[in-house]
Design a protein around this ligand. Structure first.
Ligand code: KIV
Ligand code: NA
Length: 265
């Protein structure tokens, strides 16, 4: 079926059709979820955690993100592919930010990029948009700023933080971003923002009032049982399935039951 575009997400919001999104970091996973009909695939810098095992997203580099994004693009034919700009690549030097964003688009074939931040990165985002690159702004909990906040707790619970978040969202919409990613904020606040802006919002831990939902693929598939936040719903238990498959394989190899005659040349 037809490729999903950034303008189409806006049409989905206007029509009241919810946007489905998942993360992916490799060709095989991307191919499975794209074929299953997902609207948006986000190549998140959560790859730092899920693919590399780092404690935070700060450690992943532009080179590494380019590699994951390229793999996902190769496995995708319908979904809109949005790639995270990693820590330090969009941070107050608009020309450098634009160069990094151009490199990401050119070397991966992704459809859009995502940038954490609001007013602080406005000049960078403007420069990137001027280069013709669609940008999604990521607000609320911003994992790249973990060292500034010290926790991954819910954001925007206090009035001052909620007010700044709303201002950031409106400012980003004015600049021309095509969408907002809202992470871990109160459901009422996310609903309010989603009705205040014309552009689509995609939420994670932000309640049901956003225009779409995203979750991390390893979490959804039940591969990562150490992580159980309230907002997560698991749709499979791949941890058990893969553990059993591995144990069965080991048993067959040890018992010399694999390969059998049919599996030999
Ligand atoms: O890195 C990530 O996985 C994200 C998700 C919230 C989409 O930014
Ligand atoms: Na991210």
């Amino acid at each position: 079926s037809k490729k999903v575009t950034a303008p189409e997400l806006l049409k989905m919001k206007e029509a009241g059709i919810k946007i489905s999104a998942l993360t992916a970091y490799d060709y095989t996973m991307a191919k499975i979820i794209d074929s299953a009909g997902i609207d948006v695939i986000i190549v998140g810098d959560s790859a730092s955690n899920t693919m590399i095992g780092n404690l935070t997203t700060l450690s992943i580099t532009l080179d590494q993100m380019v590699n994951y994004a390229k793999a996902v693009v190769n496995g995708t034919s319908r979904a809109l592919v949005i790639v995270d700009m990693p820590f330090g690549t969009v941070s107050g030097n608009p020309y450098k930010s634009m160069e990094a964003a151009i490199r990401m688009m050119q070397e991966t074939g992704a459809d859009a990029i995502k940038v954490e931040g609001g007013i602080e990165v406005a000049d960078d985002v403007k420069k990137i948009l001027n280069a013709g690159i669609p940008v999604m702004a990521h607000l609320g909990l911003m994992p790249q700023s973990i060292n500034k906040y010290g926790t991954y707790n819910v954001r925007g619970k206090e009035d001052a933080e909620a007010k700044k978040l709303i201002e950031d969202c409106l400012r980003m919409e004015d600049l021309g971003v095509f969408g907002l990613l809202l992470e871990k904020i109160p459901a009422t606040l996310a609903s309010e923002i989603s009705s205040k802006v014309k552009i689509p919002t995609i939420g994670i831990g932000a309640g049901s009032g956003t225009d779409g939902q995203v979750l991390v693929i390893q979490d959804v598939m039940g591969m990562n049982n150490d992580f159980s936040p309230r907002f997560l719903r698991r749709y499979a238990d791949l941890h058990s399935i893969m553990t059993m498959a591995t144990q069965n394989y080991i048993a067959d190899v040890k018992a010399a039951n694999f390969p059998n005659e049919d599996e030999c040349y």
